[in-house]
Design a protein. Structure first.
Length: 268
């Protein structure tokens, strides 16, 4: 690993490891003060009850950072996100991707990163932050008449769409399917329109197969992607496990997301 990447990775390890110790120094009164300044949030009943089943939007709004790790075939990735600004950073042994609030940047040893860094910089954050991510401004909700039926169980669904100008891919659509027994999220169907910005009707499916409680919130532990036939999920094809999850009220340092010397800006 080159000195540039070694320094970048060490810096983020220190920043995210400080989250827990700083969290322990905070008092309950500080959390209540932060929550009291947030404007009222109004959601359809289906979404409101879903958010409550995962710890509630008030608890989510108190949090300021989210960090987790996932293992890929090429090595481990550490994802860090500022929940208020959505600035982001992903570290791998061979590259670092960041979003400073304006630009996505990429620092790497030669041409180590093979994908589209702009598309990837918040991809897993969106999947992981479900269902809270659909409480963002500019979101539209539509209760679906037909539930998803899988293995004899029916999951009621809500279609999520976005206003024009929201994010890089405002034509993306999601369907959140709820477990009728627990009230928690069970499935996510989603489209990808990043490349051509054209609305799609071919949905991919993720089963939110295992959850974990972190700081009062019920967050994913395992996501399982399914093959799709005739618009329905059929059998598992791959899964991603989320480790070392940390979500706290601590503010990550601005320098964590700043483009370092030698990194390149990734165009849209």
């Amino acid at each position: 690993m080159k000195p540039l990447l070694l320094g970048l990775v060490a810096f983020t390890l220190l920043a995210c490891n400080q989250n827990q110790s700083q969290k322990e120094q905070q008092t309950p009164q500080q959390s209540e003060d932060v929550a009291s300044t947030a404007p009222p949030r109004v959601f359809p009943k289906s979404i409101g009850s879903l958010l409550e089943a995962h710890g509630g939007i008030a608890q989510w709004d108190r949090m300021n950072n989210l960090c987790f790790e996932i293992d890929k075939a090429s090595g481990s990735e550490k994802h860090s996100t500022d929940l208020k600004s959505r600035r982001a950073r992903i570290e791998h042994k061979d590259w670092v991707i960041g979003f400073d609030g304006t630009d996505v940047w990429l620092a790497q040893d030669t041409a180590a990163y093979k994908g589209n860094a702009r598309f990837y910089h918040n991809l897993y954050f969106y999947f992981y932050a479900m269902p809270f991510i659909v409480a963002d401004p500019g979101v539209n909700y539509q209760q679906l008449a037909e539930p998803l039926e899988f293995d004899g169980k029916k999951y009621p669904g809500t279609l999520i769409s976005y206003n024009d100008g929201v994010g890089d891919s405002p034509k993306d659509e999601y369907i959140i399917y709820r477990d009728p027994d627990t009230g928690q999220m069970a499935w996510l169907a989603y489209t990808v329109t990043y490349r051509d910005n054209e609305k799609k009707d071919n949905f991919s499916f993720i089963n939110y197969s295992e959850w974990q409680e972190v700081n009062g919130l019920v967050l994913p532990k395992t996501l399982t992607w399914y093959t799709v036939e005739d618009g329905k999920p059929t059998k598992p094809r791959n899964e991603v496990n989320f480790e070392k999850v940390n979500i706290t009220e601590t503010h990550l340092d601005d320098s964590l997301f700043a483009k370092p010397e030698g990194a390149e800006v990734v165009p849209r």
